[in-house]
Design a binder for this molecule. Structure first.
Ligand SMILES: NC(=O)c1ccc[n+]([C@@H]2O[C@H](COP(=O)([O-])OP(=O)(O)OC[C@H]3O[C@@H](n4cnc5c(N)ncnc54)[C@H](O)[C@@H]3O)[C@@H](O)[C@H]2O)c1
Length: 362
């Protein structure tokens, strides 16, 4: 599996990121190789526990680990102070020690929640990210952002806490609901647009091949390689800018509009990746209006989003004025100026804070 290992290297830490079909079967060996010999505390959700959690727990116990497991309710609502409190109760009553390791098995909700529990319990213990959604594989699991929501907003409480290992087993995607898988493709495509034209081309070719075979959900070596390439984009960005002081903002491409769309349509109605697809199309059109890119880029990106089952059209019922107002409340706003990430070519973006409000949401 060494051929498939990516490495995050920041000024403070370095850790392997493994993307492979069947990677979870290697977990016990990987923990030992990293010297993580304390007790594993497996945190997952109620959907993932029966699908992948129980088998993993059994495998760890067979390998000699005194592993424990807990499943929190599936869904964004679990990124709360109440559920975090339940995790602290479970860990502390169970006798968690500094040398132990939290295993975050699930989508981005579990990665963020369990990651923050690991960042804070006993002032910080090791965490291993085991993403089981496409979104978590290519985005949430890598980079060390952890946290929970506050009633007044998403992700307002948290910490940077880099994992010791990320193990993305693409075989787990076979059980993912198709809508969740589609939403994840938006982030994969985004990584192509911001930094990797070769990934974008590969996605175009893969879409054609899949359409030809009619076999949309087969998780095979080719899809795993594409996912690994998308993960590599994130690995590169966070290695160069761990704390989002510079380049890391480019991962926000499509997200300014996406967050506004999510806010205006009410959380839960539209998946994050679906909103990102809408945001990427709208933001590419802003780039076109500013003369930063040509029409061909907008069309090529639109075609690829559609090929992966995403609908990039701005919902017609969204009021443009409300959209502009919502973008100004985005976390990436500095001094009331929205910092837009805009494409100039496939594989290349610029950051601009001088976009006239009239260009947003037309
Ligand atoms: N930390 C970061 O850098 C970062 C980046 C992006 C997003 N996020 C966070 O990630 C969260 C969204 O993540 P998500 O889209 O993965 O959502 P999620 O964790 O809610 O997972 C989506 C759904 O899929 C289910 N599921 C997960 N894996 C499955 C599998 N293999 N088979 C069947 N069902 C499965 C879950 O139970 C859930 O119902 C948000 O809270 C967002 O804020 C964090």
């Amino acid at each position: 599996m060494s051929m498939q290992t990516l490495t995050v290297t920041t000024s403070t830490t370095t850790y392997p990121v493994i993307v492979a079909e069947g990677a979870l079967t290697e977990l016990a060996g990987q923990l030992a190789a990293l010297g993580l010999r304390g007790r594993p505390w497996l945190i997952t959700d109620t959907n993932v526990m029966p699908l992948h959690g129980s088998a993993l727990l059994a495998a760890l116990r067979t390998a000699g680990y005194d592993a424990q497991a807990i499943a929190v309710p599936a869904g964004e609502a679990s990124k709360s102070i109440e559920v975090l409190g339940q995790l602290y109760d479970w860990l502390i009553a169970g006798g968690v020690e500094r040398r132990d390791v939290i295993l975050a098995l699930g989508g981005g909700v579990i990665g963020d929640l369990a990651g923050f529990a690991a960042a804070s319990v006993l002032r910080g213990i090791a965490v291993v990210q085991l993403p089981t959604t496409l979104l978590a594989m290519v985005d949430a699991a890598v980079g060390g952002k952890t946290g929970i929501n506050h009633p007044l907003g998403k992700n307002l409480i948290g910490a940077f806490h880099q994992p010791r290992l990320v193990l993305a087993d693409t075989a787990t995607l076979t059980t993912l609901p198709p809508r969740e898988l589609r939403a994840g493709w938006a982030e994969v495509i985004k990584h192509g647009v911001i930094l990797d034209v070769g990934l974008f081309t590969e996605l175009e070719q893969f879409a054609t091949a899949v359409q030809g075979s009619g076999d949309q959900l087969a998780i095979d070596a080719r899809m795993t390689a594409i996912i690994r390439r998308a993960v590599a984009v994130k690995v590169g960005v966070v290695s160069r800018d761990e704390r989002e002081q510079g380049e890391r903002i480019i991962l926000n491409y499509g997200h300014t509009i996406a967050h506004a769309v999510e806010t205006l349509s009410g959380y839960g109605h539209i998946l994050h990746g679906e909103a990102v697809a809408i945001g990427m199309h709208a933001e590419a059109r802003i780039a076109l209006a500013l003369g930063l890119c040509d029409e061909a880029l907008v069309e090529r990106q639109h075609a690829l989003l559609c090929a992966y089952g995403l609908d990039p059209t701005l919902p017609p019922n969204l009021d443009p004025a409300a959209l502009v107002a919502a973008t100004l409340r985005d976390k990436k706003v500095e001094a009331r100026k929205v910092r837009w990430v805009l494409p100039t070519a496939i594989g290349s973006v610029v950051v601009r804070d001088d976009v006239p409000e009239a260009m947003v949401g037309w």
